[in-house]
Every structure is written in structure tokens, then in C-alpha cells.
Design a protein around this ligand. Sequence first.
Ligand code: PLP
Length: 449
Amino acid sequence: MVYDKPIVKVVPPGPKAKEVIERHSRYVATTTHDPEVLPLVIDRGEGVWLVDVDGNVYLDFSSAVSASNLGYPTHPEIKKAIIEQLEKIAHAAGTDYYNPYQVALAEKLASIAPGKFEKKVFFCNSGTESIEAALKVARYATNRKLFIAFIGAFHGRTLGSLSLTASKPVHKRKFFPTAPGVVHVPYPNPYRNPWYIDGYEHPDELVNRVIEYIEYWLFGHYVPADEVAAVVAEPIQGEGGYVVPPKNFFTELKKLCSKYGLLLVMDEVQMGLGRTGRMFASEHFNVAPDEVCLAKSLGGGVVPAGATIIRKDLDFDPGAHSNTYGGHALVSVAALKTLELTEKYLPNVQALEKLFRESLNELKEKYEYIGDVRGLGLAWGVEFVRDRKTKEHAPKLRNKVVNEALKRGLAMLPCGKSTIRLIPPIVIGEEEVKIGLEIFKEAVKSALT
Ligand SMILES: Cc1ncc(COP(=O)(O)O)c(C=O)c1O
């Protein structure tokens, strides 16, 4: 452990942090910073700890939203691979010429992605681009125009992916019309769904309702099934609140897709590559998607990387889709090393899951205001409610917990309407997890008193 506890000398934001924020607000266009959540101005990272510009040290339970899964600063093996590659070539015009670096990464991704069929990989630079590519592949290969996505989903913010995104109205306000042809259906959220089914007690009933909704209501009334190119889904909804669907949902969904000739696109941008204890979260659900989208952690927290892994027979014809930096040589070697390292840490993630499950469920027993605890591996969500019966969201309480935790040296991020995600880097050790969970408990206690 680099530190054995957090060090908070000055309540964030300290004086230096305030100065950076002031300059930031003058020159950097506004993105996602939530004014209700205390800001963190990062100077550097060490192991699984973040140090802010005022010298405060925080345990990181946010992993840059699962981009920095391998901790900080740059993992030495990735750094070595990058430096060696810099001596050769950084950018090898991978979309116009050929290079062995992107080939090696494509071979690796094709060999580890779920599904016993041949695959190819389209490279890009971000999650939203990996979704755009998936949509274009689906239209190109099927010659169908429509898509089905889920309420609660987040797939990115460019106009194509934004048309699928449906987790918060703020993402779409003033941006309509987004790409036409997307229909949203309820996600099988075991805790909150339109049918008031307790999906933990009755998972099959919940799954059947969603499948029936698509097949009977949608296909039977207003969306011709033979015009739908694909269903796009997150294996676990991330921005929507770390929602874990019932185990058999995706096998049932895939059956429905096969029945009507639809492709299944799995967006593993946030949950893929080790976060859930498997390389692909889809593996937990025994499903082999036709397309898998990756980004965030693919770049090892160091370089921007995106990839869409597709069934080989779905590939484009030359010139149909491309981008400048996709398959960048330096990014490719960094991503390949990231995959190797991630594989090594899977047992660590699997071993630590129990600590989260037990500790968070204990908290839920204790506090009425915790409505739901859900997760897999090192991907955990805790949902705060004003009342367990009505399940009324408690966003203010949630934000207070996030802030109380930060003041005590634990960095976490909100998601959904009133959920906190607890997502440490996958290289975290047991002692550090215990420290973080203890602070989380204290923060909940303090926010409630
Ligand atoms: C599931 C999912 N898909 C897509 C995206 C978009 O990724 P990016 O921000 O790299 O465009 C995100 C980002 O949070 C995501 O969580």
C-alpha cells in the first residue's frame, strides 16, 4: 500500500483547487461536473490513491469511471511498452496503411471476446465512437434501419449514440431530434420496473415481461420486427445506476433476436475488461453478442482507445467507415499490455467481490434509506431512497454521502437518480478495500445524522 490511510489536510476544495476551478470555469467548456458534489482537483495518482493540488490524499473508489482500472500513475509495464513503441513509431496511419501493432491487438480481442465464431475489430478512440461503429455495422450488414435500446441506458453523447442514451433528460434536452429510428423499452431492473415486480424474488417473471413487451407490444403493434437492425444493451447499466439484470435475461433476449434476425450489440464500455471479475461482463450472462463495444479501460487509463468487436461476416466493404487515429500504433501496444495485465487481476476482483457484497448488504440492513445494493466483482451500486416502500429517490442524501466520504478521503461518483457507484481500480488490495468500505460506512452514518 502506498498510503495506509487517506490524508485530508484541508476540506476540498482547498485554496489551490479553488484557483484551478476558477480558471477552468473561465476557459474549459462545461461538461459533467455536478455543482452539488464537492470537486476534486487531481494533481497525481499513486497506486489506488489520488493526490489533489492541495496535497490531500484520497482512496480512489471511482477509477475515472472505470477508465483507470489499473491504478496510477501509468502501470510500469504499459509505460515500458509505450516508450519502446515511441522509439519505433507512434502513429502508423493504421486506417490507410497496415501495421503489426493493431493487428496484434485485434487478434487478442477477437480471441478473448465471447462467442465461438470468427471476429474482426474496428478501432476508434472513445466509447461513443465504438457505438457509432456498431450502429453502422448493424445497418450495413442487415440493411435494416431501426434499433431497440433500453430506458436507463447510457451509450454516449454524439448524435447517433445519444439517440440510444436514455438515463437522464439533461443528456438530451435541446438536442432533439436525435437520430430517428430508435425505440426504447424497459430494462429488466429488478428493483424498479414498470410492472412493480420484485425481480430478485421473481427474476423469470421480470425477464418474461420485458421479452413480451418487445415481442407482443412493440413488434405486434408498431415496430416491424423485420426492419429492426439490432438491440443495443449494457450488460449492467452503468450511468443508469449500476443495475444488474437477472442472470438469464440476455440469453432470452438473444433467442428473441435470433427469431427475428436482429443483431445483439453489447456495450461493455463501462463494465468490460475486468470490472465485473470477467474480461467481458457478458460472460456472466452466458451470452455471445454479435457486436461488443469497448473503450475506457481498454486504454489502461493512459491513452484513449475504442474498439467494436464484430462477427466476421458483418464486416464493412472498404471505405464504408473509418477514422484517423483508430488503431494508432502506440495506443495498440498500450491496449494489448492493458489486456494482459487485466487478465492477471481477474482473480483479485473475484476475491474482493465478497467484501463489497457483505459489507454493503450489512449497511442496507442497518439503514432504511438504502433501498438497494447491487453489483458484481468491483462494480457496486448503492441506491438511496427517502422511503423503502415508495422507493422515492433521495438524490440530496446520496450527494451528501458522496461529499462526506470525500471529506474523509474517499473518492466516489454518483450515478442514476440516487445511486453511488463504488468502483475502485481492479489492482486494489484487500486492506485498501476495507479502509474504503469503513469510510463509506462513516459517510452514510454522518449524512444521516
Ligand atoms: C456504457 C457506456 N457506453 C458508452 C459511453 C461513452 O463513452 P465515451 O465517453 O468514451 O464516449 C460510456 C461513458 O460513460 C458508457 O458508460
